[in-house]
Design a protein around this ligand. Structure first.
Ligand code: HEC
Length: 108
């Protein structure tokens, strides 16, 4: 098997290509390193809401990135259901903005 084909199959098998179709390697790495994917996926609700639903909900909000930055940093409860998101206080301001901008990039 050619290495390139092997890699592509692995990515497809893990659903990686599907979820991160248009995203850069840097953002994928940041999202993974930040642990977001244990509770979120782009298209489906897991513990937390599907990130594309978040982007849809805040699509008309001019300060969506700012407000999502706060939710990620300080945690969030009561907006989506019974589960709360714990705070992520160790993520830098710069990375928080990158993550919130990435979430908002999934508007359909
Ligand atoms: C332990 C599970 C868990 C982890 C880890 C987690 N989330 Fe969440 N997230 C949730 C839950 C549950 C909600 C819904 C909270 C609510 O109802 O207010 C949520 C909500 C959100 C929202 C919507 C907030 C709002 O104001 O409406 C965003 C954006 C978000 N998460 C992004 C992230 C990002 C980015 C990461 C990684 C740094 C992350 N989440 C990690 C569980 C998690």
């Amino acid at each position: 098997m050619k290495p390139r084909f092997f890699l592509t199959s692995l990515m497809l098998l893990s659903g990686f290509g599907h979820a991160f179709g248009q995203d850069s390697a840097e953002i994928v790495e940041l999202v993974q390193a930040s642990g977001c994917l244990s509770c979120h996926s782009v298209k489906e609700k897991i513990v937390g809401p599907a990130l594309q639903d978040v982007a849809t909900k805040y699509a008309g909000n001019v300060d969506a990135v700012g407000s999502l930055t706060q939710s990620i940093k300080y945690g969030s409860r009561g907006k989506w259901g019974r589960m709360a998101m714990p705070p992520h206080s160790s993520i830098s301001a710069e990375d928080l903005t990158t993550l919130a901008t990435w979430v908002m990039s999934h508007k359909p």
